[in-house]
Write a protein that binds this ligand. Structure first.
Ligand SMILES: [Fe+2]
Ligand SMILES: [Fe+2]
Length: 323
């Protein structure tokens, strides 16, 4: 919900949609952002604007005493405390590790898809990314408790992205960030009500519009974390953009979509169509190749060729071994 409030009512955690008043004296050059510290509040108060428009769906409401922020801080400190408790930490990692391991079975059963053997080191790398980064651990644990399907999809996308980035010979630090971006790309789905997210059958137009908000929701969640790498923010917000400009939420042109986002888009769609869902059978690797190669304007063609050619190598090896 959008609300117009006086500038003196601005507090931490509010999502600012726009300024009210002297347009030429915008104290902060950005629009659509979360108030994160006292400096930003002071800048707004001392400026010539009279007020702001806040979005209560994306941030703290007026009179809410930052409960949203408090809840986040509470669960964040609970996970961080758990992370410092060796036994709790082991339990969490073990729990997530089991889910990552279960994916090996999924990958190995996908006809002619990446083999379990090829995915095994990736599962290790994905687990390591979760272990090394409390923020990833926190958010991925939340996602797991909210929606197991999206959780498993995020791990699979992360593994595929790491695989493609390694094939493209990106440096180790970049590969690590790409893995993190894959894990968090759909984190905005934690904001979609279960009734919509897990609905059987056709979605109403309003429900579809809400689901299509998940990149923006995710971006806002990650923006609230200090030091979130820009690449992770970009991948989260833009993974449903298309090179022909027909994607969402920003309808970016090809030149505005960077290589990391392009990698995510390919891995995201490949995993979605080759995975089993309650309402559909998984496509075979061959069908996925045919479908994705036929799409015009959605994917980066060169990266798509790299993605599939790196997989064909694995498929070939398996064929050779079998013959
Ligand atoms: Fe998504
Ligand atoms: Fe996704």
């Amino acid at each position: 919900m959008l609300k117009r409030i006086h500038k003196n009512q601005v507090r931490n955690g509010m999502f600012i949609e726009d300024f009210v008043g002297e347009a030429q004296d915008n104290p902060i050059s950005r629009r659509r952002f979360i108030i994160r510290d006292a400096d930003e509040i002071a800048q707004l108060k001392s400026s010539a604007i009279s007020g702001v428009i806040i979005n209560t769906a994306l941030g703290v409401d007026i009179g809410e005493t930052s409960s949203f922020a408090k809840d986040r801080a509470k669960s964040r400190s609970a996970v961080l405390a758990a992370a410092n408790n060796p036994l709790e930490r082991l339990r969490t990692i073990h729990n997530l590790r089991e889910s990552v391991d279960s994916l090996r079975g999924v990958f190995s059963s996908a006809a002619q898809g990446p083999s379990a053997k090829a995915m095994a080191p990736l599962a290790d790398q994905v687990t390591q990314t979760m272990k090394d980064n409390p923020l990833v651990l926190l958010n991925i644990t939340r996602l797991k408790s909210k929606d197991e399907v999206t959780f498993l999809h995020s791990i699979a996308v992360s593994a595929l992205m790491v695989r493609l980035a390694t094939h493209l010979e990106f440096d180790a630090a970049t590969v690590q960030l790409i893995g993190m971006a894959g894990l968090l790309h759909d984190i905005g789905k934690t904001q979609i009500p279960d009734a919509v997210l897990n609905k059987d059958g056709k979605l109403a137009e309003a429900e579809l519009a809400l689901i299509r908000k998940h990149p923006e929701f995710g971006h806002e969640i990650l923006l609230r974390e200090a030091d979130m790498p820009q690449m992770v923010l970009d991948v989260c917000r833009h993974h449903h953009e298309r090179l022909d400009g027909k994607g969402y939420p920003d309808g970016l042109a090809a030149a505005e979509i960077d290589v990391y986002v392009r990698i995510c888009t390919i891995c995201d769609v490949y995993d979605a169509i080759t995975s089993a869902r309650p309402y559909k059978r998984p496509w075979t690797h061959r069908d996925a190749v045919d479908f994705m190669m036929e799409q015009q304007g959605a994917f980066d063609r060169e990266l798509l060729h790299e993605f599939f050619s790196s997989m064909e190598l694995i498929v070939d090896t398996r064929r050779r071994r079998a013959s």
